[in-house]
Structures are given as structure tokens and as C-alpha cells.
Design a protein around this ligand. Structure first.
Ligand SMILES: Cc1cc2nc3c(=O)[nH]c(=O)nc-3n(C[C@H](O)[C@H](O)[C@H](O)COP(=O)(O)OP(=O)(O)OC[C@H]3O[C@@H](n4cnc5c(N)ncnc54)[C@H](O)[C@@H]3O)c2cc1C
Length: 338
């Protein structure tokens, strides 16, 4: 008989776990109160790049596994995953190329002041037409780019094809989930704070502006303040972004103006019209802790009485990079948090 898994959350984590389990003969039900573009996953830019995720010594190996999975997916034209050249810049001094990036073929690129450069963009360098001093150095590497508007639907379709299903439901307590599930996987993102009282999670609010497709061959990123990125997609371009500790999921027009203004300034273009504004809450864990699996004891109903043990399911996860969390089990069920 097929084992049954309940997954809380239909973001990239929940869908990825669902696909992996359903394609391994599990009977999978995803329970989620938001799906698709409503989720934080739907707001993501989304390029593969280790950013705002800890602990670094664990995140890098996890990310490299994800890199390989996404590179494989890029061969499927339906997936919404492609490979793109990413150009990472700094506004001050020489940028250090991390070892993991060197191993992926990263190379330094020079930043050429516009008055000294012709034509405007040259091989191995980026000219910044209007503001030549914006960046001081950078490096380039090829990474997976995930178009969330396609990828989430692609995962949902794969899940359904493998027999899985997605149900609209808000789960207030894990105990609400029927007992006949063998495993419960918590992929609720920032929702885990309420769902399992995971107070270590911090909401890192991010906002992006979607603008019409522009002629941009590379993804341009600068993580120095003000955070700036321009990510070309098949049908549009994502301008970012913000990263602040906040729970506010309402788009801010002041943020949008600042984002579009900085991206346009860097790219040397007139500010394009904004098609949409998107906000998501990145689930950031404040303390260093390994992902856990624990048992829910029969008597108590409080998750504070869980006894965790380590879990390695993080390697199944696709886009997301905060691949750690609490995991609970109530024999014979297991709750695994991602
Ligand atoms: C602006 C922005 C840009 C980003 N850019 C990138 C990027 O370029 N690359 C990258 O790798 N990452 C990026 N991220 C981060 C990335 O989006 C997140 O790490 C990732 O989407 C988290 O996915 P998730 O599936 O864990 O959570 P989510 O996408 O938040 O999904 C959580 C799911 O759980 C459900 N849920 C929660 N609580 C409950 C409940 N109690 N009952 C029922 N359902 C519940 C929600 O409805 C939802 O379906 C970005 C984030 C933002 C905000």
C-alpha cells in the first residue's frame, strides 16, 4: 500500500517535496491557504544564488545540489528554468569571488566607465552609460534562472500527473491533519512561526517590480545597499529589490519608485512602466540550527514538547535556500519541516 504524505504549503518547497514523493509512489496531499503567485515563491526573482541564508557552511553544499537539479531541469523547455549569465557587482573596492563560485567557472569582469568605452556593452565588461562610478568591480558566472510564473505551475502539473493533489486549507494546528497520514511535511515558509511556534524565524520582506521585457542579456545584481537587481525573463523583467525585517505584505509604491529608479539609473535607461508589484516574506532563521525531525508525543498537544532529530530532506528542495527548520513526529506519523 502506498504511504501517505500531507504537505503543508504549496510554495516551491512544498511542491518540490510533493513531486519527489509522488514520483516515488507516495500518495501526496498538499494543504495550502495560498498557491502560485500568491506565495512568497511567486514573488521571487528568481535566480540561483546563495543569499540571505544561513548557516553558510551548510547552505553552500545544499545550494550546489540545487544547482545541479535546476541545471537538469533547464533541459526541459516546459519547466521555466533556464541558464543565465549572472553579473554580480559591488559599489566599493574589489569584489571577492567566493570559492564555490570559482568552482562554477566565475570570472572577474572589469567595469568600464562609459566615457572610455565603445560600444556600450563589450564582451567581459559592463558599461554603465549614465553613472560610470556606480560599480567598482564584479564577476560573472552562469546560474539557473527560475521563472516562477512558469515553474510553480510546472511543479503543480508534475505533482498531479504523479497522482498528487493540492487542497485549499488553512491549518491552524498540525493536529488538525487526519491521523491516517504517515508523514507530515511542514513547508509553510514564514507561516511556520504560527503553525509550529517557530519563533526563530524572521520575516525578511522583499518587494520587486515587474516591468516589460527589456534588452538585457545578463542578470545584473548588486547586494550592496541599495540592493539592486535586474533579472531578464522570457516575457518580462524583474527589477529589485528590498530586504527589510517586516511582515507587511502590501506593496509600497515608494519602494517601487526607488527600485525602478535605481535599476534604470544603473542600466542607463528611462524608467519603464510597472506591470506589477510583488511582495514576499523570506523565511530567515536567526540562529544557527540544523533542520530537525522530532516526535510528537501522544499526550501533549504543544509542540514545545517535541524531541527533534536531524533530517536530510533539504536536499530535495528546489529554489529555496533556507532549508532548515523544526521537524515533528507523532508516531506513526512524522512531521518534517523545510
Ligand atoms: C522579492 C523576493 C525575491 C526573491 N528572490 C529570490 C531569488 O532570486 N532566488 C531564490 O532562491 N530565492 C529568492 N527569494 C526567496 C524565496 O522566494 C523563498 O526562499 C522561497 O520562495 C520560500 O519558499 P517556501 O515554499 O518555503 O515558502 P512560500 O513560498 O512562502 O510558501 C509557503 C506555503 O505555505 C502555505 N502556508 C503557510 N502557512 C500555512 C498554514 N498555516 N496553513 C496552510 N498553508 C500555509 C502558504 O500558503 C504557501 O502555500 C526571494 C524572495 C522574495 C520575497
Amino acid at each position: 500500500m502506498r504511504k501517505r504524505a500531507a504537505i503543508i504549503g504549496a510554495g516551491v518547497s512544498g511542491l518540490t517535496c510533493g513531486v519527489v514523493l509522488a514520483e516515488h509512489e507516495w500518495n501526496v496531499t498538499i494543504l495550502a491557504d495560498e498557491t502560485g503567485e500568491q506565495t512568497t515563491s511567486g514573488a521571487a526573482a528568481a535566480v540561483w544564488f546563495p543569499y540571505d541564508a544561513e548557516p553558510v557552511d551548510k547552505v553552500i553544499p545544499w545550494s550546489l545540489i540545487t544547482y545541479e537539479r535546476l541545471r537538469d531541469l533547464a533541459r526541459d523547455s516546459q519547466s521555466g528554468v533556464s541558464m543565465v549569465e549572472l553579473r554580480q557587482f559591488t559599489r566599493a573596492g574589489e569584489i571577492a569571488i567566493p570559492d564555490w563560485a570559482k568552482n562554477l567557472g566565475a570570472y572577474s569582469i572589469s567595469v568600464v566607465p562609459s566615457e572610455n568605452a565603445s560600444p556600450a556593452r563589450t564582451e567581459g565588461s559592463l558599461t554603465i552609460p549614465a553613472f560610470p562610478t556606480t560599480f567598482t568591480s564584479g564577476y560573472a558566472l552562469t546560474v539557473p534562472l527560475i521563472d516562477a510564473t512558469i515553474y510553480l505551475d510546472y511543479l503543480a502539473k508534475r505533482l498531479r500527473t504523479a497522482g498528487g493533489r493540492i487542497q485549499s486549507a488553512h491549518i491552524s494546528k498540525v493536529d488538525e491533519i487526519p491521523r491516517d497520514f504517515d508523514v507530515i511535511i511542514n513547508c509553510s515558509g514564514i507561516g511556520a512561526r504560527d503553525l509550529v511556534h517557530d519563533s526563530d524565524l524572521e520575516a525578511h520582506r522583499g518587494q520587486v517590480a515587474i516591468v516589460p521585457k527589456i534588452d538585457l542579456a545578463q542578470a545584473i545584481i548588486c547586494n550592496d545597499a541599495p540592493l539592486m537587481y535586474a533579472i531578464p525573463r522570457a516575457h518580462d523583467c524583474v527589477f529589485g529589490g528590498t530586504n527589510s525585517i517586516s511582515e507587511n505584505r502590501e506593496p509600497s509604491s515608494a519602494d517601487t519608485t526607488a527600485i525602478v529608479s535605481e535599476c534604470s539609473r544603473v542600466l542607463g535607461i528611462d524608467p519603464p512602466p510597472v506591470i506589477a508589484m510583488k511582495v514576499g516574506l523570506r523565511p530567515f532563521r536567526k540562529i544557527r540550527r540544523a533542520p530537525r525531525v522530532g516526535k510528537i508525543r501522544r499526550r501533549p498537544h504543544h509542540h514545545s514538547q517535541l524531541r527533534p532529530r536531524r533530517c536530510r530532506l533539504h536536499s530535495l528542495v528546489g529554489l529555496r535556500r533556507r532549508s532548515e527548520g523544526d521537524c515533528l513526529t507523532r508516531k506513526p506519523r512524522t512531521l518534517i519541516a523545510l
